[in-house]
Ligand binder design. Structure first.
Ligand code: HEM
Length: 608
């Protein structure tokens, strides 16, 4: 409990609220009416905010905000003056210790006596805006298209690290590469948690720990990551790499066939729905590679599941007021029911079409694919349990059915991220035809005047195509899933309390002129190429870093490379009548995305 702690050890059993003892609470009561009034004002503003009246309400916000600041400052001054008076007769004053937000314990070496001395020092959180009751500083984020813009603006006022309360959740925002490294690498184990958003539980069968990306760090998570390693990071010359290469060649050829049919049937200038085909292609790459199963483009059940994955990916990339204001849940009831049924439908499909079939045909001594490898974990668990004679001395969690199902679902769902990233790349190319021409020229050279399709093995020789994907990532990736401090700790010397949500603002790293120069917002893949080679600055971390870094980044690089190159080898891409809006700081584009015109290229080779 962060603001309410009870010290039972003290004879007077003093109750500390927000670090103030009973003796000081009187001063708080003096301003109780003020708090009530400001709470009502905050509620009104929450409703305005929810109605989406961001821009028109912003000046109104600023006015009431400053009024609230004045009231709040006055209340704080009252409390402070009361505290200093009562500290002189200090028997009643006892500030809560370990769980209080007002003190921190540090150990220092007393050089004279040679002993380690524990010292109390004032709790020192990073500076930041003062929040309102109930909504905290959520209203500050509501004024921007994406929260990361607000974070960048606030960092200009408060510095590279600042505190902000969202709803009643204490958060810290970290804006510089140096401090992001401190959080993710130097203090990675301290920040291995994820937020307790209700949405996350609902999406993953009622428990976000079922999800690899949304769970808190645990031994189980370490094991789940390790089981998937060979499949997520296929090394050149490995069985996994060869399989992926073969799958990509076959699936990209089938995608070209499908797009050719769609293009031939399209009305001139109207464009086609590229996204559905691209997502289906990526989904088939994943099921083919990880489950040795593929589905035809006209398979309605598969089409529905691909769409559900896409809707979930879009949803996870959005921020909702209910994430920080859980009492709004009744307003979101329908949305939450939808999320639940999307997840359930996907799981039923995976069990019916993939897991059941694998279970009935697998050979534990000869796993065929990632699905078999996961199922073998169950087997090794049951053997181990027999050896332990029913007693499990190991306190680490065992791998069970749910883990198989959810881990498979998590990785198969990765295709949505790649499909969306590719749509963003296509969206960028629609307004940069010279970049498309550069890629097509690179393809022509590497494939001997388009005498053969592009294959995965061409990737090292096609830096410009690779750089186009990196540039797309630079302008879109953002830290969608925050970290959470799993213990009291510090960043940049400031105290950070257990349970604090930590946003790593890599959007700032990606678009700040401090890192990328004057043309930071221009789509220019050549910024990643020096003397014909890809060079990634160390501060470019679209997949994050440290123990919770993205597990799928190699698959992203491989799959997006072959798909984009195959598309551009076969078609010129241009805008249709649709407006192309690429959301800021977000890999996802809406499920019903813009249509594009594909014009077949006469020089394209026949697919393998
Ligand atoms: C455009 C593509 C993608 C981007 C930009 C991306 C980015 C990220 C980021 C920023 C994180 C959070 C890291 C952190 O919190 O420090 C993450 C986590 C994760 N990603 Fe990705 N990702 C992408 C695609 C994929 C794919 C294709 C897969 C699977 C095949 C995948 C699997 C995961 C997993 C399992 C985690 C959670 C790791 C953990 O928390 O331990 N990602 N990703």
């Amino acid at each position: 409990m962060e603001f309410l702690s009870v010290e039972s050890s003290s004879l007077s059993s003093s109750i500390a609220v927000g670090g103030f003892s009973v003796g000081q609470i009187g001063a708080v009561f003096v301003s109780a009416t003020t708090v009530l009034l400001t709470t009502l004002a905050a509620l009104t503003f929450t409703l305005v905010w929810l109605n989406g009246r961001k821009n028109s309400a912003s000046s109104q916000f600023q006015m009431v905000d400053s009024l609230f600041f004045r009231i709040k400052n006055k209340a704080q001054r009252l409390v402070r003056s009361h505290m200093s008076k009562s500290s002189s007769s200090s028997t009643a004053v006892k500030i809560a210790e370990s769980s209080s937000t007002t003190t921190a314990t540090t150990t220092t070496n007393n050089s004279q006596s040679g002993t380690i001395v524990a010292q109390q020092r004032p709790w020192s959180p990073p500076p930041g805006p003062v929040g309102w009751p109930l909504i905290g500083s959520l209203h500050l984020l509501g004024q921007y298209e994406v929260p990361f813009e607000a974070f960048s603006q606030l960092s200009r006022i408060y510095g590279d690290i600042f505190s902000i309360t969202l709803g009643s959740t204490p958060c810290v925002v970290v804006n510089s590469f140096k401090l992001i490294k401190e959080v993710l690498i130097t203090k990675g184990p301290h920040f291995g948690g994820r937020p307790n958003f209700i949405r996350y539980d609902i999406l993953f069968g009622g428990d976000r720990d079922n999800s690899l990306a949304l769970c808190d760090w645990s031994y189980l998570q370490r094991d789940r990551r390790s089981i998937a390693r060979h499949w997520c990071h296929p090394r050149v010359d490995s069985m996994q790499f060869d399989t992926l290469s073969r799958v990509l060649t076959s699936e990209s050829g089938l995608m070209v066939n499908e797009l050719s049919l769609k293009t031939a049937a399209a009305a001139p200038g109207k464009g086609i729905d590229l996204k559905t085909t691209m997502m289906t292609m990526c989904a088939n790459v994943f099921t083919h590679y990880m489950c040795s199963t593929r589905f035809d483009y006209d398979n309605k059940d598969f089409g529905k599941v691909v769409r559900l994955f896409d809707q979930i990916f879009w949803d996870i990339n959005q921020g909702y007021a209910v994430d920080f204001l859980p009492w709004l849940l009744p307003v979101y009831r329908r949305h939450m029911q939808q999320l639940k049924s999307w997840g359930t439908d996907i799981r039923q499909f995976i069990i019916k079409t993939i897991i059941d079939e694998h279970r009935s045909t697998m050979d534990v001594n000869n796993p065929r694919d990632f699905t078999d490898v996961l199922l073998c974990q169950l087997n090794s668990n049951s053997q181990k349990n027999q050896q332990d004679d029913g007693e499990n001395n190991n306190d680490q969690q065992q791998f069970d059915w749910n883990h198989v199902l959810y881990e498979l679902e998590d990785f198969l769902g990765g295709h949505s991220a790649i499909g969306n990233l590719l749509m963003r790349a296509v969206g960028e190319l629609c307004s940069t035809p010279h970049v498309m021409a550069n890629i097509q020229e690179e393809i022509r050279k590497v494939t001997g005047d388009n005498s053969r399709p592009v294959v995965l093995e061409d990737r090292p020789n096609m830096p410009y195509t690779e750089a186009t994907i990196l540039e797309t990532l630079r302008l879109s990736s953002s830290p969608i899933v925050p970290h959470v401090a799993m213990q009291n700790t510090s960043v940049a010397g400031y105290d950070v309390q257990e349970g604090t949500m930590v946003f790593l603002n890599n959007y700032e790293l990606n678009i700040s002129p401090d890192y990328w120069g004057d043309q930071a917002l221009t789509f220019d893949p050549s910024r990643f190429i020096i003397q014909g080679k890809i060079v990634k600055p160390e501060y470019f971390i679209p997949f994050s870093t440290g123990k919770r870094a993205c597990m799928g980044y190699r698959l992203v690089q491989h799959v997006s490379f072959v798909t984009l190159a195959t598309l551009l080898q076969n078609f010129d891409v241009s805008p249709s009548e649709d407006v192309i809006h690429l959301p800021k700081a977000c890999v996802a584009v809406p499920p019903d995305a813009f249509r594009v015109v594909l014009t077949p290229r006469p020089s394209a080779p026949a697919p393998y």
